[in-house]
Design a protein around this ligand. Structure first.
Ligand SMILES: Nc1ncnc2c1ncn2[C@@H]1O[C@H](COP(=O)(O)OP(=O)(O)O)[C@@H](O)[C@H]1O
Ligand SMILES: Cc1ncc(C[n+]2csc(CCOP(=O)(O)OP(=O)(O)O)c2C)c(N)n1
Ligand SMILES: [Mg+2]
Ligand SMILES: [Mg+2]
Ligand SMILES: [Mg+2]
Length: 325
C-alpha cells in the first residue's frame, strides 16, 4: 500500500464534533470554537523507548499514544476534541498492523467523542507516533501547576505504580504471572485518562493540576516549583493496588513514586473545596486520595518532602528523563 491509499484507508467518513470545519483532505485542518479557550499539546512515542513488540500490540501503541495526550488536556482542566497524527513507518510494518494502530486511537477517540482531523505519513527506520491533540476549556477554568496555595490538600486519582508494575511483568515475568497480574498489564497498555472527573469539576474555584506521566516524584516537584510552595507527602497515604503488595517494598516504593505512565492526576485544592471534590469524584466513579499538604516555607519552597518511616526526607525528581547523557 502506498502513501495515498494508506491515508484514504484511515480517513474517517464522518466527524463527531461540529467544530470540525475541515478535516482530512486539504493542506490543513480547520476547527471553530467561539466561546472557549483552545488547548493544544503534543506527545511522541518511539519504538523501544515508549513501547516494544514485547510489551505492546499495535492496537495499544495507538491507544496509549492518544491516552498520553488526552491526559495532558485533562491536566489543564479541558475536554479533548480532535487530534492530528504524524507517523514514521518502517518497511517491516504490515498494512494490517498500521490499521490496528489507528483502531487503537479510534477506540479511545470514540469514548472521548474526538475526531482524527489530519496528520502526516513518512517512512523511516523506527516506528514513531506523534500526536497533537486539541481541546477546549471554559474561559478562566484552565488548571495550572502554578495554582497551589498554602494549606491546600494534595490529592491523586486512582492508584499509582500500576503501569510500571505492568511493564515490569511484561518484560520479566512468566506466562503464569502474566495471567495473575493481568490488571497491571492492562493499566500499562490501556490507561484511561481522567477526563470525565475533570470535566465535572468546574464548580471547584481553584485547583492546581498535573498529570502523572513520569511519576509523582517528578510531577509534585513541578507543582512545587511552578507554585513556589513546599509539598509534604505522606508515603503511607499514596494509594496503590492491593496486588502491588505481592512485590518487594523497594519495588513498590520505586513504582508508586517514579514509575510513571499511570496517567492519573495529581493536584491540590483548598481544604474548603476538598469535600466537594470528593463528591464529584464519587459521581464520576473516580477514586481520589488525600496524600499530603501544601506549606509555605520560604526556605523550602520549590521542593517536595516525603514522610516515610517516621522520617521527613526530600523527594527529588526521579522519574523518566530523556536526553540523559
Ligand atoms: N522540543 C520542544 N519544543 C518546545 N516546547 C517543548 C519541547 N519539549 C517540551 N516542550 C514543552 O515543555 C513543557 C514540559 O514538557 P513535558 O515534560 O513533555 O510535559 P508533559 O510531561 O506534561 O508531557 C511543555 O510545556 C511542553 O510543551
Ligand atoms: C519498552 C518500554 N520501555 C520503557 C518504558 C518506560 N517509559 C518510557 S517513557 C516513560 C515516561 C513518560 O514518557 P515521556 O516521553 O517523558 O512523556 P511526557 O512526560 O512527555 O508525557 C516511561 C516510564 C516503556 N513504556 N516501554
Ligand atoms: Mg510531554
Ligand atoms: Mg503532563
Ligand atoms: Mg517526560
Amino acid at each position: 500500500m502506498e502513501e495515498f491509499d494508506f491515508i484514504r484507508s484511515i480517513q474517517p467518513n464522518f466527524y463527531r464534533q461540529s467544530s470540525v470545519v475541515k478535516g482530512i483532505g486539504d493542506d490543513a485542518a480547520i476547527v471553530r470554537h467561539t466561546n472557549e479557550d483552545i488547548i493544544t499539546t503534543v506527545d511522541t512515542m518511539v519504538e523501544d523507548v515508549h513501547f516494544s513488540s514485547k510489551t505492546t500490540k499495535p492496537y495499544h501503541i495507538g491507544y496509549r499514544a492518544l491516552a498520553a495526550n488526552i491526559s495532558d488536556i485533562a491536566a489543564m482542566g479541558g475536554k479533548p476534541t480532535s487530534y492530528v497524527v504524524s507517523i514514521v513507518i518502517p518497511d517491516s510494518w504490515t498494512a494490517d498492523e498500521l490499521q490496528e494502530i489507528y483502531q487503537g486511537m479510534n477506540g479511545l477517540a470514540k469514548e472521548c467523542n474526538m475526531d482524527l482531523i489530519g496528520g502526516d505519513t513518512v517512512s523511516g527506520e523506527q516506528l514513531v507516533l506523534s500526536i497533537t491533540v486539541l481541546g477546549t476549556v471554559l474561559k478562566g477554568k484552565a488548571r495550572f501547576r502554578s495554582d497551589a496555595q498554602e494549606n491546600d490538600i494534595i490529592f491523586v486519582t486512582g492508584t499509582l505504580g500500576d503501569a510500571a508494575c505492568g511493564l515490569h511483568i511484561l518484560l520479566n515475568a512468566s506466562h503464569t504471572d502474566h495471567e495473575k497480574y493481568q490488571y497491571f498489564i492492562n493499566r500499562h497498555r490501556m490507561p484511561m485518562p481522567r477526563v470525565s472527573f475533570i470535566n465535572q469539576s468546574d464548580a471547584i474555584k481553584r485547583m492546581s493540576l498535573n498529570d502523572i506521566s513520569d511519576g509523582i516524584a517528578n510531577e509534585a516537584n513541578e507543582i512545587a516549583m511552578a507554585s513556589d510552595k513546599t509539598l509534604i507527602i505522606d508515603y503511607d497515604k499514596v494509594p496503590s493496588h492491593p496486588q502491588l503488595f505481592d512485590f518487594s517494598s523497594k519495588q513498590k516504593f520505586k513504582w508508586t513514586l517514579s514509575g510513571g505512565e499511570d496517567f492519573e492526576l495529581i493536584g491540590t485544592v483548598s481544604n474548603r473545596d476538598w469535600e466537594q471534590l470528593q463528591v464529584i469524584a464519587k459521581q464520576t466513579d473516580t477514586n481520589i486520595s488525600a496524600i499530603g499538604i501544601v506549606r509555605n516555607d520560604y526556605k523550602k519552597n520549590g521542593t517536595v518532602w516525603l514522610q516515610h518511616n517516621q522520617e521527613l526526607n526530600r523527594l527529588e525528581k526521579s522519574g523518566y528523563t530523556h536526553l540523559r547523557r
